[in-house]
Design a protein around this ligand. Structure first.
Ligand code: ATP
Ligand code: MG
Length: 403
């Protein structure tokens, strides 16, 4: 957990400003209100989960203000809540001009280094006997006078430090740092999705992108022992645990489907070059059944065009053909590997995903890159596909991944 700069501890912050403008801000009135309420609920869930105390949470149009003696920790925690665009630990005062300016000077005294440049920026909502510009000018002037010995200078274009002032009706907040949030939509604002989570680099990122748009996730892991090891299952569950850190307060259920026997059947009974396609089509079929059971709205995978032999556009078409009830969404479709890796690092799944565990030993030396649907269907007709699906679903286990 990263906390904000050390100097903040010298100033008594008693509040956190939570901003969630962005896309929530441009929604219609009712949607926006619903999203804001959900965001508030999710924020409370996170604070409760981490045991961070707070006295009061106030929701206003476009903002949430949290009164707390743990402003730094609250701010840090909330950067990982979907829908939060930024946060600032702040000190609250009344909106009386003298008090606002006094607080700004106090904060400047804590923050500004000798010979540094600064700017005061103000946002104001409500009726006040002064303008935003008036606050900036007066606070800037008083900072220069009171801290004269520091040889400060005002630089409105490219300041080294910014003292922020936010006046809201009869309250005001001063702050010096804004932490970037993760943005997106509040979790739960979209329905559940089934996520094919392999524990590799890509699928966790795909899951996370769906979460960022408001979907809650139900990961499904296909255990292909004896073609991989127990360690791979453990890795997938660890990745799921990491992902669930982004969905505090929501269900933490993961499905584990035994898929090894299916794979053995494909290797034994079907053309070898079709193994990966048959394996994936089976995953999709089973995922659809689970989606039905869970009343989910779609299936997410970490596929991107051409990343593996089974992910050429031709093969993706053959895969899609089997998903008849639910759409398969592929958030990484156009991502380069490096872009995916960057994101995996940002969301803290990369380290787990890259632990050495060995790949899938069932993959043929020469997998089909342009499988023909007819050939795949012919191979499947030789097998009791429906029986295999039913058996896999019946034997599927669910685990609750503890935090
Ligand atoms: P990942 O994308 O997770 O790194 P990968 O690059 O090895 O895995 P493939 O094996 O081609 O890719 O799989 C493509 C997608 O299929 C994965 O992103 C994931 O969504 C799903 N998938 C693959 N293997 C499994 C598995 N064992 N359990 C669940 N889903 C899987
Ligand atoms: Mg992949």
């Amino acid at each position: 957990m990263k906390f904000v700069a050390g100097w903040l501890s010298q100033m008594k912050f008693d509040s956190v400003i939570v901003r969630f403008g962005g896309e929530i801000g441009i929604k219609g009135k009712w949607t926006r209100r619903a999203y804001e309420k959900l965001l508030l609920k999710n924020i409370k869930r996170v604070l409760k989960h981490y045991g961070v105390s707070h006295e009061e949470i106030i929701r206003r149009l476009g903002r949430i203000y949290i009164k707390t003696r743990n402003a730094q920790e609250v701010a840090s925690r909330l950067t990982c809540v979907f829908g939060v665009s930024s946060v600032s630990p702040a000190a609250e005062t009344t909106s009386e001009m003298n008090e606002v300016v006094q607080k700004a000077v106090e904060l400047a005294d804590t923050v500004l280094k000798s010979r540094s440049s600064f700017a005061v920026r103000c946002r104001r909502i409500g009726e006040h006997p002064y303008s935003s510009m008036g606050i900036c000018e007066e606070a800037g002037r008083r900072i220069l006078v009171n801290l004269e010995k520091r040889n400060l200078r005002v630089d409105l274009r490219n300041p080294q430090f910014t003292i922020g002032v936010e006046v809201r009706d009869d309250c005001a907040y001063v702050y010096a740092e804004t932490l970037q949030g993760v943005d997106g939509f509040p979790l739960g604002s979209q329905p559940k999705v089934i996520c094919l989570l392999s524990g590799g680099i890509d699928s966790p990122v795909a899951c996370w992108l769906a979460m960022k748009r408001g979907c809650t996730i139900i990961p499904v892991y296909f255990d292909i022992i004896p073609f991989t090891s127990e360690e791979v299952t453990a890795k997938a569950l660890n990745v799921a645990r990491k992902l669930f850190e982004w969905s505090i307060g929501f269900p933490r259920k993961v499905y584990i489907v035994s898929h090894g026997r299916n794979l053995e059947t494909f290797i034994r009974e079907s053309p070898r070059k079709l193994t990966c396609i048959l394996c994936k089509r089976m995953m999709y079929r089973i995922a659809e059944r689970i989606a039905e059971m869970e009343e989910a709205e779609g299936i997410i995978t970490g596929e991107s065009i051409g990343e593996q032999a089974s992910q050429t556009l031709k093969n993706l078409r053959v895969l899609n053909e089997v998903a008849t009830k639910y759409p398969v969404h592929r958030p990484l479709l156009g991502f380069n590997k490096l872009e995916t890796e960057e994101l995996a690092k940002k969301i803290s799944t990369f380290k787990i995903s890259t632990r050495k565990t060995g790949g899938c030993s069932a993959a043929p030396k020469k997998p089909a890159t342009g499988a023909k649907l007819e050939a795949v269907k012919r191979a499947e007709q030789e097998l009791d596909i429906e029986g295999m699906v039913k058996e896999s679903v019946r034997e599927a286990k669910t685990v609750i991944v503890q935090a």
